[in-house]
Design a protein around this ligand. Structure first.
Ligand SMILES: [Fe+2]
Length: 142
C-alpha cells in the first residue's frame, strides 16, 4: 500500500546556492527524490536499489565538490559541515543495508522521508550559508 507523498518534487530557483556546479548536483538530488516519490511501490527492490546506488555515488561526488568549494572560498564552518556530510553518508549506507535485509516498503518510505528532510534542512539551510550572495559583506581575510 502506498500512502506517500503525492507532490511532485521539482527544482526551484529558491533552491539555488548561487554556484552552478553545486546547483546542478542539488538538482540531481531533487530528481532522485522525485523518482522515489513517484513510485507506486516503495518496496520495489530493483527500482529503490537503483536510487540507493545512485545516492551513494551522488553523495561521494557531490560532497567532495562542495567541500572543495568551501575550502577554496575559506568557508569558516567547513569542519562542522563535513561532519554533517559524514552523518549523511552513514545514514544512506545504513538505509541501503536495511533495505537489503529488512522490510522493504518501510525502509523505502524512510529513505524518501529522510531525503526530503535533507533537502529542506541541509540543502536549504546549511548549504545556503556558503552561498556567495549570502556571504557578501562578510569579513574575508586573505
Ligand atoms: Fe552540504
Amino acid at each position: 500500500m502506498n500512502q506517500s507523498h503525492p507532490a511532485k518534487f521539482e527544482w526551484g530557483d529558491s533552491m539555488s546556492v548561487g554556484v552552478e556546479a553545486l546547483d546542478r548536483d542539488h538538482r540531481f538530488l531533487v530528481t532522485l527524490i522525485d523518482r522515489l516519490a513517484s513510485m507506486d511501490d516503495l518496496g520495489n527492490a530493483p527500482e529503490v536499489e537503483h536510487v540507493l546506488d545512485d545516492l551513494v555515488r551522488y553523495t561521494e561526488e557531490h560532497f567532495e565538490r562542495e567541500e572543495e568549494y568551501m575550502r577554496a572560498t575559506d568557508y569558516p564552518d567547513l569542519v562542522r559541515h563535513q561532519r554533517l556530510h559524514e552523518e549523511m553518508v552513514k545514514k544512506i549506507e545504513k538505509l541501503r543495508m536495511q533495505f537489503f535485509l529488512g522490510e522493504k516498503e518501510h525502509i523505502g518510505h524512510q529513505t524518501l522521508d529522510f531525503l526530503i528532510h535533507w533537502l529542506q534542512h541541509h540543502v536549504l539551510g546549511e548549504d545556503m550559508k556558503y552561498s556567495p550572495q549570502r556571504r557578501q559583506g562578510e569579513a574575508h581575510p586573505r
